[in-house]
Design a protein around this ligand. Sequence first.
Ligand code: PXG
Length: 294
Amino acid sequence: MSRIIYLNGSYVNENDAKVSVFDHGFLYGDGVFEGIRAYAGRVFKLDEHLQRLYESAKSIMLSIPESYGKMKEAILETIRRNELRDAYIRVVVSRGAGDLGLDPNKCPKPTTVIIASSIALYPPELYEKGMPVITVPTRRNAPDALDAQIKSLNYLNNILAKIEANRAGVMESVMLNAQGYVTEATGDNIFIVKNGTVITPPAYLGALNGITRQVILEEAKNAGYPVEERPFTRHELYVADECFLTGTAAEIIPIISVDGRQIGNGKPGAITVDLIGRYRALTGTTGEPVYPEQ
Ligand code: PXG
């Protein structure tokens, strides 16, 4: 079935959803985006994603044409028009078409695209068995160069890190910052567990303050686990009892080895498994209803 795409105020068939080659999103990666999920007819953490979208845009002085309320309705309507209940939603706002120079002043009208697609789930055995990762030479962007809180269309060093993972035969890589502290994976945040304490790097080191990350920090506190947001190096990662990644697309994925060092007993840890269960209990039961509730 051909998808219906929201493009600048209209709902069009995916074959007609076309953007100019002069769009600065295409020419320069000048724009922002969000990746959002719906479960069982409810959009999970929609306001949190929208707030981050508008904050990313504000930071790069991009004025989103749609008001917050209009954008929210457009997201829900795009899901409805595609008759989805479980969906991955991509919202992209680019600087729009301009000339061949960098200057955003030459781009009078931003481009807004909303895609709602059925979700390509990761294989279930990944969650049961966990997966190996590596750390890579490609550094996460320094916050004084390009702040990780801006979810911009510039993902090149994350993509380079993904290429390094592919070449090493693993699915994900963990990026360090220029000082060698662990930041995050290419599209997911990272957590370790040591002696029962749940630890994640602070966002200021150069990690996106992910929405799944925030949910997991909250759920860990609710469950009574001590929680710490503090810097750690590769050594602490190697000697962790448990490790997992968090993100909207991946949810919570257990990590069972890092650079060939087995984590814990090489199986998903007990706290990781508990947190996966707590996260799954929230998705599909909380969030913005897409359809009138029966
Ligand atoms: N770090 C980075 C760099 C991200 O881009 C996350 C962490 C997780 O954040 P949330 O808010 O989702 O918990 C992200 C966001 C994909 C994909 O298709 C995922 C993201 C970005 C781009 C693509 O897997 N995740």
